[in-house]
Design a protein around this ligand. Structure first.
Ligand code: PLP
Length: 408
């Protein structure tokens, strides 16, 4: 992004999230083009960045939504996503969430256990509806990514084993209230290698063939999300390689291909802006203390994730401007509150800016109010214009749900 960092920081204040909507559009069309000639839907994984304007931007381009709570389903509907392009996944859906999803008549409920299937059947029966379902298969593939974002091994809580999936399909196919039309897997996030995706696709495509042989007609083949992005110097997967791998594995199957990219769509579109408050040196250790914290962007604290960090000095520093290593830390009362360690940075002064790159996915959506810190504002850049897409939160916003119960 070539943008006037200072002007944006002045206009909207810090800490601040900025998203490049043109970049998001480019990602969407690149991936959609790579599916050319096949029936496909790109179901944007809303949890990566669930700002309504981000979802609406993708919806206008034709994207569907992959949701993991009824709240996300509501966001998708509010933002204008076609209901027949919405999928509801997740290991722990409540009855009221299932009911609401069925009432909204979304494309698919993606089931992750036999017990959940029975619940969905019951709720569908109460409503006198037939629930369109897919089953999340756990193909037991090591995605070769961070263990916290690995989901496709039997040791992970997600999905069901192949044999169980088969039993569930046979059951669902006989049920008056279940219509098994989809199959799904999602083996992990930040995948940078094709082979795990290929292996998983092949295993699941074989299952589809054996289901078709017993007249269970799977129409939607959902390969999940997880395509990795560049945070540092990773070599990751291109859209073409990705879709070719999927085409190869599903050869001869008459299915609509679904995929659920989150990070791929938005991570590199976003940056987090924060201001320098102070510098300090403890012994020989240099700290740059900024006005954003782990409550705004938790990925470094939670996964030890790397984000490229750059400084924008507001005035030319006279004399020595040499970069030396510094830990960039926030004001939150936790030693884990950092954005980067030993980051080479020039001497910084109060109000200089720090830009934390690739913060468009799992940034704002994982933000909290820890330490009664208000959530940051969010801004969109599109066609050379900037616009607010979420106001900065206030103290009043934070205490609203408590104040009326306060007894002094
Ligand atoms: C989180 C998630 C995604 C998106 O993952 P990314 O790594 O952001 O692409 C897709 N599908 C499911 C079921 C998920 O849980």
């Amino acid at each position: 992004m070539t943008i006037d960092t200072k002007a944006l920081a002045d206009k909207y204040g810090t800490p601040l999230y900025i998203y490049d909507f043109d970049y998001i559009e480019n990602r969407y069309t690149t991936l959609k083009d790579a599916f050319a000639g096949k029936k496909s839907i790109i179901n944007y994984a809303v949890k990566a960045n669930s700002n309504l304007s981000v979802i609406a931007h993708l919806a206008k381009l034709g994207a569907g939504a992959d949701c993991v709570s009824i709240g996300e389903v509501q966001r998708a509907l509010t933002a204008g996503v076609d209901k027949y392009k919405i999928i509801f996944s997740g290991v722990g859906k409540r009855d009221d969430e299932i009911r609401s999803a069925l009432e909204h008549d979304i494309l698919l409920l993606n089931l992750e256990s036999e017990a959940e299937m029975k619940r969905v059947e019951l709720v569908a029966k109460e409503l006198g509806k037939e629930a369109r379902i897919s089953i999340r298969v756990n193909p037991n593939i090591d995605p070769q990514t961070h263990p916290y974002i690995s989901t496709g091994l039997h040791e992970n809580k997600f999905g069901v084993e192949i044999d169980m999936a088969k039993r569930m399909y046979i059951y669902a196919n006989k049920s008056e209230f279940l219509n098994p039309i989809g199959i799904h897997f999602h083996i992990g996030s930040q995948l940078t290698k094709l082979s795990p995706i290929s292996e998983a696709c092949i295993i699941v495509a074989d299952l589809v063939r054996s289901l078709k042989a017993i007249k269970i007609d799977i129409k939607f083949f959902d390969v999940g999300g997880g395509v990795g992005v560049v945070y540092d110097d990773e070599v990751t997967i291109s859209a073409e390689e990705y879709t070719q791998t999927i085409f190869e594995a599903t050869k001869g199957l008459d299915v609509t291909l679904l995929c659920e990219p989150g990070r791929y769509m938005v991570a590199n579109a976003g940056a987090f802006f924060t201001k320098v408050l102070y510098e300090k040196v403890n012994d020989d250790k240099r700290f740059v203390i900024v006005d954003g914290g782990m409550n705004d962007l938790i990925r470094p604290s939670l996964y030890n994730a790397y984000h490229k960090i750059e400084a924008v000095q507001l005035e030319d520093k006279e004399g020595n401007n040499e970069k030396t290593p510094a830990d960039v830390v926030g004001p939150v009362c936790e030693s884990g509150d950092f954005f980067g360690k030993d980051v080479p940075l020039p001497p910084l002064s109060h109000n200089d800016l720090i830009v934390i790159h690739s913060a468009g996915a799992y940034g704002f959506t994982m933000a909290s109010n820890y330490n009664t810190r208000a959530k940051a504002a969010e801004v969109a850049l599109q066609g050379g214009e900037d616009r607010l897409i979420r106001k900065r939160e206030t103290y009043d916003d934070q205490v609203r749900l408590e104040l009326e119960y306060l007894q002094k």
